[in-house]
Design a protein around this ligand. Structure first.
Ligand code: ADP
Length: 206
C-alpha cells in the first residue's frame, strides 16, 4: 500500500498533452538509460551524446547519477535498498521529462536487473532505451577515473559494484557499447544512428 492510498489525492489532468509538447519540440521524447560498471564510460558517452543531440536541435537533459546524489538523492547510500530508491526516483524524474517532451539521458551503474526493469516499467517500455556500456572490470579498474577502485580495494569504500557487490549484466539491452573496443566518438555515432528514427515525430501515441 502506498502512503497516499486511501487519502484524498486525485490525479489532475493537464490540458496540454505529451503529444502537444513533443510537437512543440519537433521530436519524440524518450529516456535513454545507461548502465554499466563504474568507469565503463557511461557519463563520458552520455555527455558526448547530449552535446551531439543539442547540436542537432534536440531538447535533451542528462541526469547523472553522481550529480543526483548531491541533491535529490543525497540521503541515499549504496545498500541494495538505497540503490533501488535511487533508481526509482531517477526513473520518476525521467518520466516527467518524457512527459514534458524532452529526451532525457540517465547514467547510473544500476547493477540489478530487477531495478532496471522497475525503471523501464515506471517510464514505459515504449519510451525507454537501455544502453549497456560494457567494459571488463580490469579495464575499468585500470582507468579508475575517480580513484574509486583503488579505495574500494583498500577497503575504504564498501558495497562497491564489481568488488564486493555484484553487477548483473543486462539480459536484453536495446544497444550494447563495448568501450574496450569502441572509442567515445564511435560509441556516440552508434547511439545517434540508433536514436535517429525513434526521435522522428510522427504524432502517434506510444
Ligand atoms: P562511468 O560514468 O561509467 O563511471 P566515466 O565516464 O566517469 O565512467 O569514466 C570513464 C573513463 O574512461 C573516462 O576517464 C574516459 O575518458 C575513459 N575512457 C576511455 N575509453 C573510453 C571509451 N571508449 N568510452 C568511454 N570512456 C572511455
Amino acid at each position: 500500500m502506498n502512503a497516499h492510498e486511501g487519502k484524498n489525492i486525485v490525479w489532475h489532468h493537464s490540458a496540454i498533452s505529451k503529444l502537444d509538447r513533443q510537437r512543440s519540440h519537433g521530436h519524440n521524447s524518450l529516456m535513454v538509460w545507461f548502465t554499466g560498471l563504474s568507469g565503463s564510460g557511461k557519463s563520458t558517452i552520455a555527455n558526448a551524446l547530449q552535446y551531439q543531440l543539442h547540436q542537432r536541435g534536440i531538447s535533451v537533459y542528462l541526469l547523472d547519477g553522481d550529480n543526483l546524489r548531491h541533491g535529490i538523492n543525497k540521503n541515499l547510500a549504496f545498500s541494495e535498498t538505497d540503490r533501488k530508491e535511487n533508481i526509482r526516483r531517477t526513473a520518476e524524474i525521467g518520466k516527467l521529462f518524457v512527459e514534458a517532451g524532452i529526451v532525457v539521458l540517465a547514467a547510473l551503474i544500476s547493477p540489478f536487473e530487477e531495478d532496471r526493469e522497475m525503471a523501464k516499467a515506471i517510464v514505459g517500455a515504449a519510451e525507454f532505451i537501455e544502453v549497456y556500456v560494457k567494459c571488463p572490470i580490469h579495464e575499468c579498474e585500470s582507468r579508475d577515473p575517480k580513484g574509486l577502485y583503488k579505495r574500494a580495494r583498500n577497503g575504504e569504500i564498501k558495497q562497491f559494484t564489481g568488488i564486493d557487490q555484484p553487477y548483473e549484466e543486462p539480459q536484453n539491452p536495446d544497444i550494447t557499447l563495448d568501450t574496450s573496443i569502441l572509442d567515445v566518438d564511435k560509441a556516440v555515432a552508434n547511439l545517434l544512428s540508433f536514436l535517429e528514427k525513434k526521435l522522428l515525430f510522427n504524432g502517434s501515441e506510444k
